[in-house]
Design a binder for this molecule. Structure first.
Ligand SMILES: Cc1cc2nc3c(=O)[nH]c(=O)nc-3n(C[C@H](O)[C@H](O)[C@H](O)COP(=O)(O)OP(=O)(O)OC[C@H]3O[C@@H](n4cnc5c(N)ncnc54)[C@H](O)[C@@H]3O)c2cc1C
Ligand SMILES: *[C@@H]1O[C@H](CO)[C@@H](O)[C@H](O)[C@H]1NC(C)=O
Ligand SMILES: *[C@@H]1O[C@H](CO)[C@@H](O)[C@H](O)[C@H]1NC(C)=O
Ligand SMILES: *[C@@H]1O[C@H](CO)[C@@H](O)[C@H](O)[C@H]1NC(C)=O
Length: 542
């Protein structure tokens, strides 16, 4: 009898366990990501070890590349930042501004830098890279990009790679109120047709994808690591690569230099060597600032310049750090008479006159507001333009031989008159959107005899017909949309397969190889790029 009872209660618990398993599947989305199983601190690494592939920078292009290569080969990822999982502001859509402005700590995930023209900017310093600190808008490259970028694309693999990324980390957003107002305004202003929700690049107005899910939880390149082969991949965080080790291997490569490993430092300041074996390679995926920076520190760059820093020049490559581009962003911000939802970019207007229009609405922390008449919880609405394919460019220089110090960067915004004309065109388009019926509700009836916008920061010039006034507005209000690129251009520093010209076993795979920023916003193409190159390499080695 007693035995039977015991048997029954066993079944009873068994049933409960089954019920729990059936009805709590949602709990899985809150679980820690499986990539954490192969991430460890650099301090735990041996002083020397061997790998097939070493990826420097666990960022937007680096993570999908590492995941793909791990299918067949032993891969090491070295990331100077920590793990994004568990950082609340970083992992949520409404934490975007807080995470971006929290740059106090030496190891904050958003590393601030200011370009020489005085424009504040940021770079990711965390697993996932800038995809872990960005605004999450996701849109594929324009068709022209493939031809103009000079990269050896396989267009079938391109689509396959986008689809792989999208099935893992891209969502269809729920439109917030300011975004739908802007969508309607763009259409009224003639940025048509309406293409609905689309990941493709088409002239007109559309809703793009997002790397935030419907709960506002962020997904990033780091989440692509969860698809890696756990037996073949190791990710070191707080691992700062200081330089690439080069050796001349006359026996095999003739007189060429070859990359044979990297030196990285852990949090305690200890040095480690990671070396490649066999037909292995090293990939610099450290971003548009990080990769040219590392090439220079490794002795690959303009010889006289390296000598002036006392860096032994191993290979003279004059264009390392040259051709740095940043698409200027100009915007207006208004205080709406009605409260707005918080929103990052969800809608884009793709014009054929040189600019993309995007929008955001933010709940501003009182600390950022200087006007005492503003209410405590102020929402502001922003309408911005990004110019397409700037011709203006600048360069990157060392500030120090310490890799943790930002290099000095300048972009020479609007040094090309064509760029200024695109901005003038985009500014007129902003004015046209503001004039539409969709914007009526955002005017203050009692202001200036009725119907004026209440601006925070600069307003549009009163006379929109005067190109020179508009040009002044563009120069005076220039900021960044963080799509800076260049420094290791295809054809100048790397070949179409992204191999560093003149060096064996070394490639650069990130935004530094682009002359043009792909599509309206670049992250889709950078995520695709990592997967695409990984698949090409797997195929070639078969
Ligand atoms: C604030 C912000 C908002 C943005 N919003 C959007 C958006 O909404 N949509 C969009 O498409 N794009 C957006 N972008 C742009 C986009 O995120 C970037 O262009 C893209 O992520 C860059 O990818 P990457 O692979 O070139 O470099 P990153 O993703 O920056 O990767 C570089 C990685 O290398 C690491 N690293 C650097 N140096 C070293 C070293 N010496 N040792 C070890 N590791 C190193 C870095 O820590 C980083 O993780 C935004 C960018 C920012 C900064
Ligand atoms: C790495 O070390 C830091 C403390 O230095 C710790 O907070 C963190 O959890 C560690 N991360 C991993 C992945 O071991
Ligand atoms: C890739 O997908 C796009 C749509 O996103 C399509 O227009 C294009 O034809 C496709 N290319 C190939 C080679 O399949
Ligand atoms: C600016 O707009 C005008 C009128 O739409 C157009 O003719 C011109 O090509 C545009 N300029 C640029 C640089 O795109």
């Amino acid at each position: 009898m007693v035995k039977n009872l015991g048997f029954c209660s066993l079944w009873y618990w068994f049933l409960i366990i089954i019920v729990v398993h059936i009805f709590l599947p949602k709990a899985h989305s809150q679980e820690s990501p499986s990539y954490l199983g192969f991430v460890s601190n650099a301090t735990e690494f041996p002083s020397e070890d061997y790998y097939d592939y070493i990826i420097v920078g666990g960022g937007t292009a680096g993570c999908p590349l590492a995941t793909t290569l791990s299918e067949k080969y032993r891969v090491l990822v070295l990331e100077r930042g920590g793990v994004p999982y568990g950082m609340r502001n970083l992992m949520t859509q409404d934490g975007f501004l807080t995470a971006l402005t929290d740059v106090d700590a030496n190891d904050s995930p958003a590393q601030a830098f200011i370009s020489e023209e005085g424009v504040p900017n940021a770079r990711g310093r965390v697993l996932g890279g800038s995809s872990a600190i960005n605004a999450g808008f996701y849109s594929r490259a324009d068709q022209e990009f493939y031809a103009k970028s000079g990269i050896d694309w396989d267009l079938n693999l391109v689509n396959q790679s986008y689809e792989w990324v999208e099935s893992a980390i891209v969502f269809r957003p729920e439109l917030k109120n300011w975004q739908s107002v802007v969508r309607d305004g763009l259409l009224e202003a003639g940025v048509d047709p309406y293409n609905g929700f689309s990941l493709d690049h088409e002239v007109g107005t559309k809703v793009g994808g997002s790397t935030f899910d419907s709960n506002g939880r962020r997904y990033s390149a780091a989440d692509l690591l969860s698809y890696a082969n756990p037996a073949n991949i190791i990710v070191a965080v707080h691992a700062t690569v200081e330089r690439v080790l080069l050796a001349s291997s006359t026996a095999y490569y003739g007189s060429k230099q070859a990359a044979i490993g990297v030196v990285f430092r852990d949090r305690l300041g200890q040095y480690h060597h990671a070396m490649v074996r066999g037909r292995g390679e090293i990939f610099l995926c450290a971003g548009a600032l990080g990769s040219p920076h590392l090439l220079l520190l490794s002795g690959i760059g303009p010889r006289p310049y390296l000598s002036s820093w006392g860096i032994p020049a191993v290979h003279h490559l004059p264009y390392v750090g040259q051709f740095m581009y940043d698409n200027p962003r100009n915007s207006i911000t208004i205080v709406p008479p009605i409260p707005l939802d918080h929103s990052l970019i969800q809608v884009v207007g793709i014009t054929s006159s040189g600019a993309y229009l995007e929008a955001a609405s933010n709940i501003i922390h009182p600390a950022f507001v200087t006007d005492p008449s503003f209410p405590m919880h102020l929402t502001v609405a922003t309408l911005m333009e990004k110019i397409i394919g700037p011709l203006s460019f600048g360069s990157l220089r060392l500030a120090s031989t310490d890799v943790s110090m930002n290099p000095i960067v300048r972009f020479n915004y609007f040094s090309s008159p064509a760029d200024l004309q695109k901005c003038v065109n985009g500014t007129r388009m902003i004015a046209e959107v503001l004039r539409t019926r969709s914007m009526e509700d955002f005017r203050f009836p009692q202001l200036f005899g009725g119907g004026a916008f209440r601006y925070v920061g600069p307003a549009l010039p009163a006379d929109m017909s005067d190109d020179s006034l508009l040009g002044n507005f563009c120069r005076r209000t220039v900021s960044t949309i963080w799509h800076y690129h260049g420094g290791c251009l295809v054809g100048k520093v790397v070949d179409p397969k992204l191999r560093v010209i003149g060096i064996e076993s070394l490639r650069v795979v990130d935004g530094s190889v682009f002359t043009l920023s792909p599509g309206t916003n670049p992250q889709a193409s950078l995520l695709m790029l990592g997967r695409h190159l990984g698949l090409q390499i797997l195929r070639e080695r078969l």
